[in-house]
Design a protein around this ligand. Sequence first.
Ligand SMILES: *[C@@H]1O[C@H](CO)[C@@H](O)[C@H](O)[C@H]1NC(C)=O
Ligand SMILES: *[C@@H]1O[C@H](CO)[C@@H](O)[C@H](O)[C@H]1NC(C)=O
Ligand SMILES: *[C@@H]1O[C@H](CO)[C@@H](O)[C@H](O)[C@H]1NC(C)=O
Length: 427
Amino acid sequence: MDMVPASAEPLLHPEQCQLRPSDHRRWWVLVAAALLLMLLVTVGPLRPMLFGVPQSEPVALILLTAAQEKGAVCLDGTPPGYHLQRGSGDSSSSWHIHLQGGGWCGTVNDCSNCRMSDLGSSKFMKPIQFTGAGILSSDHLQNPDFYNWNKAYVRYCDGASFSGDAEGQAEDGTILHFRGLRIYQAVIDELMEKGLANATQAILTGCSAGGLATFVHCDDFSARFSHKVSVKCLVDAGFILDVKDISGQRSFRSLYGGVVHLQNVRQVLPKDCLTNKEPTECFFPAELIKSIHTPMFIVNSGYDPAQIRNVIVPASSAPDKSWLSCKDNIRNCNSTQIDVLDGLRTTMADALKVVKDKEDWGFFIDSCFTHCQMVLDVSWNSHNSPRLGNKTVAEAVGDWHHGRTQGVKEVDCKYPCNPTCNSQSPL
Ligand SMILES: *[C@@H]1O[C@H](CO)[C@@H](O)[C@H](O)[C@H]1NC(C)=O
Ligand SMILES: *[C@@H]1O[C@H](CO)[C@@H](O)[C@H](O)[C@H]1NC(C)=O
Ligand SMILES: *[C@@H]1O[C@H](CO)[C@@H](O)[C@H](O)[C@H]1NC(C)=O
């Protein structure tokens, strides 16, 4: 797996959506590497080698052309889209809705650039594979609890976690559409018509920026069903912390503030929070979870490389080269650096204390250097996946979802204590 980041790099579109200009390359290497890995594992040559299972058909893209009238459009004005695979057997009325992630754009320039990729325009979207993709997989061995559910994979093309509602103007005079909230609503409306309305159980999931979207929309999603329906939410690698970087600046909060203001995400933020905090602070999960009533499970690495690179040690905070190799691979960090990075895990543990009393909730905070563990078989449920309390992510999520045991609420010990992290790629 070590080859993936390197081979992903040449495929990077130079003008993709950016988290921040200076860390553009790193963020995109990460996202593109994850996507490429998913692609290689699902459609590519790695699939038979790794799994020995024949690949399945790609899942077609469905464009929401009718939603254009309601203003539900991608950044460039094209219709948004999703992929739908029907469920079967005893799960034909169980629904899994997954919100795609892929960074954020918080400046006119960054959002303009997004339009040149599938993260800002459906012109670039293609069919996708669910095979090998962890919780989306149809293989019952890899994905025993959700394999035969109806699965909708909702494409991310607004740059603000399906949460904005505004309009802007690019430097070339064209309109930039910030309509993530409308996209989310239009997709759910359409899925309702396609059978979601009759679901007996439903789960909303998302990873990274899609995980943030899941926090934001979880209660709204749940409110669309009657009380008899079991509705839950699962977030992976979306527990982004509002902490200072190593130079003492809240650099990530200011970038995030760009997203909140440019794209006008205020509407989706919890009212309680807005009465005494700035909107930007209320867009962080530690605040969002305080008002969520729907049962939720939170998966995150306490050493998530995306947060290490963008929140704790962004390029602006470490202008010399001393952190580069450590940010690249946690194995290169010295003990002082590990102590600093460990602040992420301990702050996360503190922020999750409010969850301790929430009965139907759970969390799985492992100490592996990994981002988005539920959308790849290798980190979701394979023999060398990370384990916490001897459970894989899939087992912990399955137990929580089906109420088989008391849900896991566990934070791993300090890196490098967990031997099951050894197999992790340096992603
Ligand atoms: C839901 O179930 C009812 C009753 O079986 C049926 O009439 C209706 O068409 C179904 N709706 C959807 C969206 O499948
Ligand atoms: C670890 O690396 C940093 C940055 O190069 C350095 O400042 C620090 O002294 C090192 N600590 C140890 C224990 O080697
Ligand atoms: C851990 O789980 C595996 C597979 O689920 C099982 O075979 C093994 O016995 C468990 N180990 C311990 C120490 O419980």
